[in-house]
Design a protein around this ligand. Structure first.
Ligand SMILES: [Zn+2]
Length: 333
């Protein structure tokens, strides 16, 4: 029996192999300078979701594939972990394709992505990441993050890993489309790693499934040309399927979404989960998630209200109802 069969879809307790650097970095510049060194130091380790998150949090670079020899796809041996980057940047390239400048994409512009929306889209496609983390260059006013996913089994064909990555890039046209290699090295985080509560395996064969089942007009398949952003109108984040408001309130993975901005859980009982921090009012110990009703409440005296996933998105991003349900991809009525 494989670990996949033993554990169903849940990735919490499974083991997988990936490569990891022994050094830690907190600065992108330093890591970039020493990238050659990082690559030579990569060694294969047996990870769990938790130990992977710990390594990333400490600032270790990780390669999702096990390579024998240098870091290129030709040396691919096995792999199970893949990822996508959201830099919220547009690369301006010269005629030879070399990046000469990076322009920031502002919230609301086509191609912009933030964590809650990325997670909501994951949910819609059934591809649950094992973690979401801040990359080294994320700052207060420039959102940059990476999502990692575990495939349902160790893959020994490089082309399968590559097509799984290509599938992810189709789901996320906002992601950096330049990273297609199985041998890619992911630098560690700046310290912010969100380990998802509900991560699941993802079968590489699902790539075809997405391509076939996504409505043609909405398939975000066009790759980015150098220096040109894809011309896209702002679309609902949930594609291919319209869900009703009540269904969204009931079934949305609100706990994971809350954890993404609230962080650690202080108390977790059968009925509720209480977060240490509350991103809505800024106080401690006031934010509670209720499992039965899939709702939240902030008990602080200057806030004292709560509600569904829609209220959460409205409060957190300070937006109106209509904008929140558009973000969540709900078809009203
Ligand atoms: Zn609060």
């Amino acid at each position: 029996m494989s670990e996949y069969e033993r554990n169903g879809c849940n990735t919490d307790s499974i083991h997988f192999y990936a490569m990891c650097d022994s050094a830690c970095y907190r600065s992108k510049e330093k890591a970039k300078q020493e990238f050659g060194l990082i690559k030579t130091r990569l060694k294969t380790y047996r990870f769990t979701k938790e130990s992977l998150c710990r390594a990333l949090k400490a600032g270790h670079a990780v390669c999702g594939s096990v390579l024998v020899g240098g870091t290129k796809d030709a040396n691919f041996n096995a792999g199970q972990l893949i990822g996508v980057d959201f830099d919220n940047a547009e690369s301006i390239r010269d005629e030879r394709g070399k990046v000469i400048e990076e322009r920031k994409i502002e919230p609301g512009e086509p191609g912009y992505m933030y964590r809650a929306l990325a997670l909501a889209r994951c949910r819609d496609y059934g591809v649950y990441p094992v973690c979401v983390y801040s990359t080294l260059r994320e700052s207060r006013d420039w959102v940059k993050f990476r999502m990692l996913f575990l495939l349902n089994e160790q893959i020994d064909e490089c082309s399968t890993i590559r097509s799984a990555i290509a599938g992810l890039l189709q789901i996320f046209p906002e992601a950096d489309q330049a990273c297609k290699d199985a041998s890619r090295v992911f630098l560690g985080s700046n310290g912010e790693v969100f380990e998802t509560y509900k991560s699941r395996f993802w079968q590489p064969c699902d790539v075809d499934l997405f391509t076939v089942h996504a409505p043609k007009s909405e398939t975000p398949s066009r790759p980015r040309k150098a220096g040109i952003l894809p011309r896209r109108v702002r679309k609902p984040i949930v594609r291919g399927r319209h869900i009703k408001i009540e269904e969204l309130k009931r079934s949305f993975d609100l706990l994971s979404l809350m954890g993404e901005s609230a962080g650690a859980i202080a108390r977790n009982s059968e009925e509720y989960a209480q977060f240490v921090e509350c991103p809505i009012c800024g106080h401690h110990g006031c934010l509670t998630y209720y499992k039965k009703s899939n709702s939240y409440y902030c008990f602080s005296k200057d806030h004292d209200r709560g509600g569904s996933v829609i209220d959460w998105v409205m409060e957190l991003h300070d937006i109106q109802f209509q904008e929140a349900i558009e973000m969540l991809g709900v078809c009203d009525g």
